[in-house]
Design a protein around this ligand. Structure first.
Ligand code: FE2
Ligand code: FE2
Length: 317
């Protein structure tokens, strides 16, 4: 089917047109997504019983070998993974559970299910964080559920998850390094590799959408970049922990712009697209202006952080 660039596809048409692409992407994804087993990554022999039913030792802050920021990042990353049932609901409703879309929704959910399980096992066995606080936070966070800001829009949802999976990859990877623990680093690198494959899957789908309807897809990309927020943004205490993570370089504005947003935009070649109509051009211009502004904000943050670090070093010296 040939489409003129001015044709606007409906949501249902996008799902139908993209179904063969989902199928081809699944066939590409399955052989490259290496099977792995969470239990192999956990240092079980480091564990001991907790107080309560088994009468072991209560958790003490001195049990944790990790820095405060590494703990904050692990808690945010785990609570974000924990909300999987809500994410599954959002994409199952939007993408449907039929044909290739359904196969992907289920496969993705199964892969994501490993991440939360493995992270929790690690944190509990190594006594890295307070297990009571962690469970209370999980209950609070999951009780809120998650509602996608793009839950009625296939294109915006695909654009969002392309960026979000890459953002999660960067965050897991840098969290691993921040722990200073080779075991945590290895586990988080393994999880980050999964997130990268998820990003590639969605990124390729959106690339196909750009060919089907460049103008509508361009608008979707612009809106998503302008409003992007991490899925864990409503975790209790998220802001404070996010600032801590930014100050420590686990996930900051510079990384968000240069390592997450820009590589995906470059892959889609959004600034080389030809034949956009007036609406498409307008969307691309807004995107370009937004990225320029993000660059300024990222530099401002880096300057402030350098100043703060210099002051802290002077105080220590
Ligand atoms: Fe994940
Ligand atoms: Fe993922």
């Amino acid at each position: 089917m040939t489409l003129s660039a001015s044709r606007r596809l409906s949501q249902t048409e996008f799902l139908l047109e993209l179904n063969p692409v989902v199928e081809a992407e699944l066939n590409r994804h399955i052989p490259v997504a290496k099977e792995w087993f969470p239990h192999e990554y956990i240092p079980w022999s480091d564990g001991r019983n907790f107080d309560g039913i088994l009468g072991g030792d209560p958790w003490l802050e001195t049990d944790s070998k990790l820095s405060d920021v590494a703990r904050s990042a692990l808690i945010i990353n785990l609570l974000t993974e924990d909300n999987l049932p809500s994410y599954h609901h959002e994409i199952a409703v939007l993408f449907g559970r039929d044909q290739a879309w359904g196969d992907w929704v289920h496969r993705w959910t199964a892969e994501e299910g490993r991440h939360g399980a493995a992270l929790r096992d690690y944190l509990t066995v190594t006594r890295a964080v307070d297990p009571v606080e962690l469970e209370q936070l999980r209950m609070a966070h999951m009780s809120q559920g998650y509602q996608s800001a793009n839950d009625e829009d296939v294109l915006r949802s695909l654009a969002y998850v392309s960026f979000q999976e890459l953002a999660t990859r960067v965050s897991h990877r840098n969290t691993g390094r921040a722990t200073g623990d080779p075991i945590a680093d290895q586990l988080l690198a393994r999880i980050a590799a999964d997130e990268n494959l998820h990003m590639i899957f969605y990124r390729n789908l959106l690339k196909a959408a750009l060919e089907l309807d460049p103008n509508q897809t361009m608008r979707a990309i612009t809106e998503v970049v302008k409003t992007f927020e991490m899925p864990g943004a409503d975790i209790p205490g998220f802001q404070r922990k996010a600032v801590q993570m930014a100050v420590d370089g686990i996930y900051d504005l510079r990384q968000h712009r240069d390592e997450v947003v820009m590589p995906v935009l470059r892959f889609w070649k959004v600034f080389d697209l030809e034949g956009l109509d007036a609406d498409g051009e307008q969307a691309r211009q807004e995107l370009s202006d937004f990225l320029d502004n993000l660059d300024v904000q990222a530099s401002r943050f880096e300057d402030k952080r350098d100043l703060l670090k210099a002051r802290m070093a002077a105080r220590k010296g």
